[in-house]
Design a protein around this ligand. Structure first.
Ligand SMILES: Nc1nc2c(c(=O)[nH]1)N[C@H]1C(S)=C(S)[C@@H](COP(=O)(O)O)O[C@H]1N2
Ligand SMILES: [Mo]
Length: 423
């Protein structure tokens, strides 16, 4: 058996600054230089080394790794039976890199997950088009495809922190309604070309085949016509049922609820249909009592995932790491403050930085052991800066429920315990 403190730490990538690392080494938090005994122990014969477990048809996580989504029933409604859940959140505090594993992509389904036989499923294209068309999944698979890594974010992401901050929330509770996957499907533009859209049909209704039959009106801007697609693939395999099998709309950068799952029709017309999802639901109650409709784009956002809510850190070297994303395009930079938003330093972005996808950021930090607050703020390529909470609430009021994108602050107490706070 090897002892953790005796193993020599691997060489740090040159891209991460040396200063914090050296500081941490002297504080003795990372592994120290290996003694001869530790080296010999590491190379010693492994007692039970023999044939391992049989090879299987597919692989599972190590039994030592426990990572789960958590079903919730809305803001403040945690620890519910999965039958009462309206969503299930991504455990960002336990993930690394930029891509969310398929089974941990958050899920938001208004009336459960339908069991759809792809052989029976059809996509209808109708309304103000020259030709009404019906496609099977196999028809779509025979068409030219696009593959793109994008985030999907529920408008409810962050809703826990609109009014108050429960100190015991994890980043899974506060930010678990955004995930990033690679999606493959047929460009909307290609389907529109086949059907022949009339010039005055500037809106499209997308409807799902689930019990709720979620349907949304989508304005056909150039950006949306060029970027939206009907996906049948997710991280290299058919969509999972929870995420719209056998086909869903993917709308890079826009509200999660526009990414219609179990897609059964696209109807073209001149005006929005004013479905209940865009009148009763998904409107924003502003400070003046009026409701804003069709706030469709997701804003620039970021959150520190390590260290984050309910973790406990040690004085000395700590890596700060998190995720940033924007519905406007690429993330240009992420800054981090470790002194409660007074001094900001630029974090490094893990490549590739993709448009409308989450990107991981990181920064070295040596914690002096004194209570403090850490916070991140992102800026996208269009120059949009993630607002602090005060200016966000000043602009939006606190009646609203959706599109919360203010900076997330974590407090660290003298024992190194990390809590959710409102700055
Ligand atoms: N047909 C249908 N499409 C739907 C929904 C739904 O309930 N039914 N939920 C929407 C909402 S609110 C969100 S946030 C996203 C969630 O996608 P995901 O479950 O793949 O993460 O799907 C959207 N598409
Ligand atoms: Mo959503």
């Amino acid at each position: 058996m090897t002892s953790k403190t005796e193993i020599k730490s691997p060489q740090r990538p040159a891209s991460v600054s040396r200063r914090g690392f050296v500081g941490g080494l002297s504080a003795g938090v990372l592994g120290a230089v290996a003694t001869e005994a530790a080296a010999a122990q590491t190379l010693a014969e492994i007692p039970d080394r023999g044939p391992g477990a049989d090879l299987g048809a597919h692989s599972e996580r190590s039994r030592f790794v426990k990572i789960d989504r958590i079903p919730e029933a809305g803001p403040g409604k945690r620890n519910v039976d999965s039958g009462d859940a309206i969503n299930s959140k991504t455990p960002h505090q336990k993930l690394v890199g930029n891509i969310t594993p398929t089974d941990l992509h958050y899920e938001r389904s208004h009336s459960g997950v339908p069991d759809i036989d792809p052989a029976q499923h059809r996509l209808l294209i109708h309304g103000l088009v020259q030709k009404t068309l019906v496609f099977s999944v196999d028809d779509l698979k025979r068409m030219p495809s696009v593959t793109r890594v994008v985030f999907i974010e529920c408008t409810g992401n962050g809703w826990e922190n609109w009014k108050k901050a429960d100190p015991d929330l994890t980043v899974q509770n506060t930010h678990g309604l955004v995930s990033t996957n690679e999606w493959t499907g047929v460009p909307l533009k290609f389907l529109i070309g086949l059907a022949g859209k009339e010039n005055n049909s500037n809106w499209m209704l997308a409807e799902g085949g689930d019990g709720a039959g979620v349907d949304r009106s989508i304005p056909l801007t150039d950006e949306i016509v060029n970027e939206a697609f009907v996906a049948y693939g997710q991280n290299g395999e058919p969509l999972r049922p929870a995420h719209g099998f056998p086909m869903r709309l993917v709308m890079p950068g826009f509200e999660g609820n526009l990414n219609i799952k179990w897609l059964r029709r696209l109807k073209f017309g001149t005006e929005p249909w004013m479905t209940r999802w865009e009148t009763a639901r998904y409107t924003q109650l502003l400070a003046n009592g009026k409701a804003r409709q069709f706030q469709l784009r997701m804003e620039t956002n970021s959150v520190i995932t390590h260290p984050s809510g309910t973790m406990q850190i040690q004085p000395g070297y700590n890596i700060i790491s998190g995720l940033a994303w924007s519905g406007h395009g690429k993330i240009a930079k992420v800054e981090i403050s470790t002194d409660g938003a007074k001094i900001w330093k630029q974090a490094q972005l893990n490549q590739p930085v993709l448009s409308k996808a989450q990107v991981r950021f990181q920064m070295d930090w040596v914690w002096d052991g004194k209570p403090t607050r850490i916070v991140s703020r992102s800026t996208d390529e269009q120059g949009n800066v993630q607002p602090d909470r005060q200016s966000f609430i000043a602009a939006m009021g606190s009646n609203a429920l959706f599109h919360y994108s203010a900076q997330q602050t974590w407090s660290i107490d003298e024992a190194g315990r990390v809590h959710n706070v409102l700055a």
